[in-house]
Design a protein around this ligand. Structure first.
Ligand SMILES: NC(=O)C1=CN([C@@H]2O[C@H](COP(=O)(O)OP(=O)(O)OC[C@H]3O[C@@H](n4cnc5c(N)ncnc54)[C@H](OP(=O)(O)O)[C@@H]3O)[C@@H](O)[C@H]2O)C=CC1
Ligand SMILES: Nc1nc(=O)c2c([nH]1)NC[C@@H]1CN(c3ccc(C(=O)N[C@@H](CCC(=O)O)C(=O)O)cc3)C=[N+]21
Length: 285
């Protein structure tokens, strides 16, 4: 079974649009992009479009790659104070001369719709309400819709980043899974993955997870977005997107699997809108 992330995302976006229509004002999402990475620019544009379609305002702040850390912090402070802004997203990665942790820490936790601030990460880790990072949140929604109660299942998360792996593991633990976090120093990764009822791959290595690593019937969530040379593809495009999982091999063994594209990515954007709506709703009263 292929998990249709586009369909899940469309349903969530419709739900968000309904919530937006009930508010007394238009919610706003500010997106800050430093530098001109073409892939990031595409992603920022699709977020802007999704915002407008949900009835939200999108404030885009494209800044030159040479922007200083102090200027970026000043912009974040300005957005923190702006009553029209309910959500602030600073697109990562940032250029090397900027300390991403310093920028993230400057974001008001109540506008941190990415869920990246230490306040929101701590809230997730301790089971308090807060903003949950969009990619793990969307992945968890699809997992629950596919498998129902996750209690007692063996979950293996490959990757330990603050934006995907760690929050994903925290959410799975919250659903009473037995959670293993694997990373580049993990020994015998295929054997670790073979134990899993749920595999979440968030590595950034094209098609690293092979079909024979997957336990028959397991649910596979492929977070990876890798742009690879498409010389061998039949579409005529120069590059194509592949995940961290060898899809055709894994699909033959898995009970359910998310495709790339059309899996976790669209749900990430829908969850960003959902978090922005939640922020606006909290601000309403
Ligand atoms: N669909 C979506 O919405 C999103 C997709 N992504 C995609 O997800 C992927 C992961 O993103 P992100 O978490 O930011 O990436 P990071 O580069 O921050 O983290 C990658 C993780 O993978 C681990 N890793 C690297 N190589 C191996 C290996 N050979 N075996 C096992 N583990 C390994 C690293 O281990 P170590 O810590 O030891 O270095 C690290 O923990 C990327 O492809 C990214 O593009 C990201 C965000 C959103
Ligand atoms: N502060 C911050 N927050 C993020 O959430 C964040 C970030 N920085 N930096 C980059 C990563 C990556 N990311 C994606 C989201 C959606 C798709 C997505 O919608 N992908 C489509 C395909 C898009 C295409 O064709 O290029 C899909 O998978 O179907 C991809 C990648 C969010 N990220």
């Amino acid at each position: 079974m292929i998990i249709d992330g586009k369909a899940f995302a469309a349903a969530l976006r419709a739900e968000v649009a309904t919530g937006v229509a009930l508010l007394s004002r238009v919610p706003g999402l500010a997106v800050v992009l430093v530098g001109s990475d073409p892939a990031s620019a595409v992603y920022v544009r699709s977020k802007g479009k999704a915002c407008r379609e949900a009835g939200m305002a999108s404030f885009e702040h494209p800044l030159p790659a040479e922007t200083s850390q102090a200027d970026l912090v000043a912009l974040v402070h300005q957005l923190n104070a702006d009553p029209a802004v309910d959500g602030i997203l600073v697109q990562l990665p940032l250029p090397d001369h900027i300390d991403a942790n310093a920028i993230i820490a400057a974001i008001d936790p109540e506008k941190d719709v990415d869920g990246f601030t230490p306040e929101n990460a701590g809230r997730l880790a301790t089971g308090l309400e807060g903003f949950v990072p969009c990619t793990p949140l969307g992945a968890m929604m699809m997992l629950k819709a596919t498998r129902g109660d996750l209690t007692g299942l063996e979950a293996v998360v490959i990757g330990r980043s603050n934006i995907v792996g760690k929050p994903m593991a925290a959410l799975l633990l919250g659903e009473s899974c037995t959670v293993t976090i694997a990373h580049s120093r993990t020994r015998n990764l295929p054997a670790v993955v073979r134990r899993a009822d749920i595999v979440v791959a968030a590595v950034g290595r094209p098609e690293m997870v092979r079909g024979d690593w997957i336990k028959p019937g397991a649910t596979v969530i492929d977070v990876g977005i890798n742009r690879v040379d498409a010389a061998a593809s039949d579409t005529g495009a120069k590059t194509k997107l592949v995940g961290d999982v060898a899809f055709a091999e894994a699909e033959a063994v898995a009970g359910a699997i998310t495709p790339v594209p059309g899996g976790v990515g669209p749900m990430t954007i829908a969850c960003l809108l959902k978090n922005t709506l939640t922020s606006a709703q909290r601000r309403e009263r």
